[in-house]
Design a protein. Structure first.
Length: 267
C-alpha cells in the first residue's frame, strides 16, 4: 500500500512533495481499490500553481479545498523553489499537462478508463483524436463540455449520470482555477472510488489550440511571461496583480523558518 505523499505548507497551503511517477502509481492503486470497494468517496488531485495558492489567501473555501486534496502537486517553478527552500532539495515540477500524458500512458497499458470534463465543444474532439493517436490503447470512456455558466439542476443530474455510466477510473477536469477545484470538491461523493484531477489548460494544449511555453522558459520560471504574451486580455490580472504577492509571503515564511530552525534542532 503506497502512502499519500507528505505535504509542506507554503504560505498557508499544503503542497505535496511528490513526482510524476509517484502520482501515476497512486492513481493506479486507487483504480484497483475502486474495483473492490464501491463505497469509497472519489479522490481528487489539485495541480497547484502560485495563482491557486494566492487565491487561497483570499478565499477560505479555496484554501480548504487545496489543503484537503489527496495530492496538491507543485505545478509551477516558484512552488518548486519554495519546497526546495524548506528542505525538499530534490523536488521537481509536477506539471498538469505532462501529468495528464503520463497518467494516460499508464492507463493505456493497464486498462484504466478516463473521462474528460471541460474544454470547449470544438476542443474535445481534437483532444480525443490526439490522445488516441498518441495512446491507441487508451480507453476514453466519455467526455462533456460544460457551458460557461452554472449548470441547471437537470444538466447537473445528466452529467453525474453520464460520468457514472462511463465507469471512469480517472476524471480529468479542465475548467480552470478555481472552478475545477471547487467542482471536484463538490463532486467527491458523486463518483465512488474515481480519481478526479484538475489539469487546467492541458485540454487546450494537447488539442493544439493553445501553444505551450518553450521548455527553457518552463525550467526557468518564465512560463507566465509566455502565457501573458499569448493571452494578455485573459491573463494580465493573474500575472501582474495576483501572483506577484507570492514572493513577499514566501520570503516572510522563509525568514520565520530560518529563525525557528535552531530551536527545532534541539529536540
Amino acid at each position: 500500500m503506497r502512502a499519500i505523499p507528505e505535504k509542506q505548507i507554503v504560505t498557508g497551503v499544503g503542497i505535496s512533495k511528490t513526482s510524476y511517477q509517484e502520482v501515476v502509481a497512486i492513481c493506479q492503486q486507487w483504480s484497483e481499490e475502486r474495483k473492490t470497494n464501491s463505497g469509497l468517496n472519489a479522490h481528487y488531485i489539485c495541480v497547484t500553481s502560485v495563482h491557486g495558492v494566492m487565491m487561497a489567501q483570499d478565499d477560505r473555501e479555496m484554501a480548504k479545498i487545496l489543503n484537503e486534496a489527496d495530492i496538491a502537486t507543485p505545478d509551477g517553478m516558484p512552488l518548486v523553489w519554495a519546497l526546495r527552500s524548506f528542505g525538499a532539495r530534490e523536488q521537481q515540477r509536477v506539471y498538469g499537462p505532462t501529468l495528464m500524458l503520463e497518467i494516460c500512458r499508464n492507463a493505456a497499458q493497464t486498462g484504466q478508463r478516463i473521462f474528460l470534463y471541460g474544454g470547449r465543444e470544438e476542443t474535445l474532439p481534437l483532444l480525443i483524436q490526439r490522445l488516441r493517436e498518441r495512446f491507441p490503447e487508451l480507453t476514453i470512456a466519455g467526455s462533456y463540455s460544460p457551458p460557461f455558466r452554472a449548470l441547471t439542476e437537470e444538466e447537473e443530474e445528466y452529467v453525474q449520470r453520464l460520468i457514472r455510466s462511463a465507469d471512469a477510473d480517472i476524471i480529468f477536469v479542465g475548467i480552470s482555477t478555481p472552478k475545477q477545484e471547487k467542482w471536484m470538491y463538490a463532486h467527491r461523493s458523486c463518483f465512488p472510488g474515481a480519481t478526479m484531477i484538475g489539469v487546467g489548460a492541458a485540454f487546450d494544449f494537447h488539442a493544439g489550440r493553445t501553444r505551450q511555453a518553450p521548455s527553457w522558459m518552463q525550467r526557468n520560471g518564465l512560463e507566465w511571461l509566455f502565457r501573458l504574451a499569448v493571452e494578455p486580455a485573459r491573463l494580465w490580472k493573474r500575472y501582474l496583480l495576483v501572483t506577484p504577492r507570492f514572493l513577499p509571503l514566501w520570503a516572510l515564511q522563509k525568514i520565520r523558518h530560518v529563525r525557528t530552525a535552531p530551536s527545532r534542532s534541539r529536540f
